[in-house]
Design a protein around this ligand. Structure first.
Ligand code: CMC
Length: 446
């Protein structure tokens, strides 16, 4: 039996030659034992590479489809405890931020790591507000889409296109350059989102009104018609701002991992975030809020819920807005959104689908199928009802998610770019295909 403690300690950078916590692995193929350092509750997959059956063996790989148990980075942005249902941005509980903060303050917190002083917030807000306009050519670009193009597709295309308007954004190692692209991305995302909506509606695009706050300005760009000055209902603007806060970051989810993976190639942040929007578009991620409302419409009335639940249990249906890769408890964001529903419905009147949603939640939470799988409502279960009450078509729901998530994507991208440990993302594979075959001419193939 050989103990490779010294090699392990050297890998951990332990100059005393002793690793504090280690994992001892015995390879039954060779009888060799290895000590793998444990740091922050993790081993380095690369430490497994020393485990070989022979000199020419490549070494042991960790196989982890969908990264179910692999940390891809160290991050100081968002803390999530899925078992307890805890979510914190930079250490501040989401409940406190939703109640006391604003989206732009939260965006500052995510990007800079600390809550701003009054002067810092004023400067940050001024900078965002004075970068909300997009180049006029972007308008013609959006006009090129079909009238019924999905707004998420338009957003994805137009954010990617921004990299051509700011070609210097590829100077990703210049802090000043990164700072201006950060401002631009947070500032312009609502403008592009609103232009996409107006394009679908066949209505003229509305330019940003920088007198308005972030969410109110967005509502203005969506709904302003002939009035000289759009005055958002402060209760609706506040509810929307809270939704943006709740969606701002969620550590290494599918779209954020996409932003990091794409960004790791050294590309500009517009291209990386276009990739994040693409990942968010899918029904298992940011498209779920849209699917929830479609599902509620399909269920149609409370009497049909038992049939629907039976379909879910039989595997014919999926209860959209339920379940989460990380939360095995009530998603804390869903709790806050339920409260925001009350505030919005006070202004707009109750969304008739709310009754079905509430009953569906009650029935599901009492069913063994959902309890045994720890399936609880997630952020998407109620958010669609609010967007619908605000007058948005379903196709806009994932776009709303993207607006809020932009500050998180950019904060994660900034962290990744400055992390000396990060390299271009390049997972390994376990090859399962054929080898060493000779080419067969077409005429000879059966
Ligand atoms: N309805 C019915 N069964 C479900 C659901 C659901 N919504 N979610 C999970 N399950 C079942 C699944 O069939 C599996 O059962 P079994 O063990 O018998 O095979 C078990 O629960 C584990 O599910 P999984 O698919 O292995 O879990 P996952 O971590 O791969 O998937 C998820 C997570 C969010 C993709 C999934 O729960 C889902 O599809 N939910 C509906 C879509 C949704 O609401 N997505 C929004 C996620 S939150 C916002 C965001 O971050 O994007």
């Amino acid at each position: 039996m050989t103990t490779k403690t010294e090699a392990a300690a050297a890998l951990a950078g332990d100059t005393d030659g002793k690793a504090e916590d280690t994992l001892r692995i015995t390879d039954s193929r060779t009888g060799e034992t290895y000590e793998i350092p444990i740091v922050d509750g993790a081993i380095r997959s690369l430490d497994l590479r020393q485990i070989k059956t022979s000199e020419d063996d490549f070494g042991l790989l960790a196989y982890d489809p969908a990264f179910m148990n692999t940390a891809s980075c160290r991050s100081a942005i968002t803390y999530l405890d899925g078992d307890l249902g805890v979510l914190e941005y930079r250490g501040y509980p989401i409940e406190q931020l939703a109640e006391h903060s604003t989206y732009l303050e939260v965006a500052y917190l995510l990007v800079h790591g600390e809550l701003p002083t009054a002067a810092e917030l004023a400067t940050w807000t001024h900078e965002i507000k004075t970068h909300t306009f997009v180049h006029e050519n972007v308008k013609s670009f959006i006009q090129g889409f079909r009238h019924d193009a999905h707004p998420m597709g338009m957003l994805l295309g137009s954010i990617g296109a921004l990299s051509t308007f700011y070609p210097d954004a590829n100077q990703i190692h210049d802090p000043a350059n990164r700072a201006i692209q950060t401002i631009r991305l947070i500032a312009k995302m609502p403008t592009l989102a609103a232009f996409s909506y107006r394009h679908n509606m066949g209505q003229p695009y509305v330019y940003p009104d920088n007198d308005l706050e972030y969410a109110g300005n967005f509502l203005g760009m969506l709904y302003k018609m002939t009035e000289l000055k759009y005055q958002p209902d402060p209760r609706l603007a506040k509810a929307l701002d809270v939704l943006f806060i709740l969606h701002a970051d969620h550590e290494q989810n599918c779209s954020t991992s996409a932003v990091r993976a794409i960004g790791s190639s050294g590309v500009d942040p517009y291209s990386a975030i276009a990739g994040g929007i693409a990942a968010l578009y899918g029904p298992s991620h940011g498209g779920a809020n849209e699917e929830v409302v479609r599902m509620l419409l399909r269920i149609g009335s409370k009497e049909n819920i038992p049939d629907f639940i039976a379909g879910v249990k039989a595997g014919r249906e999926r209860l959209m807005g339920f379940g989460h890769r990380v939360y095995k408890n009530y998603d804390p964001r869903a709790r806050i959104i339920k409260k925001a529903c009350d505030d919005v419905f006070e202004v707009t009147g109750v969304n008739p689908l709310l009754d079905i949603a509430t009953e569906l939640e009650k029935i599901a939470l009492g069913e063994e199928y959902f309890v045994s799988r720890s399936l609880y409502p997630n952020v998407d279960f109620y958010s669609g009802l609010i967007y619908q009450a605000l007058g948005m078509p379903m196709a806009m729901f994932p776009v709303m998610f993207a607006i809020g998530r932009t500050s998180g994507w950019i904060a994660q991208w900034l962290e990744m770019v400055q992390d000396s440990e990060q390299k271009i993302a390049r997972p390994r594979q376990i090859y399962t295909g054929e080898r060493n075959r000779d080419y067969v001419p077409l005429a000879e193939r059966g």
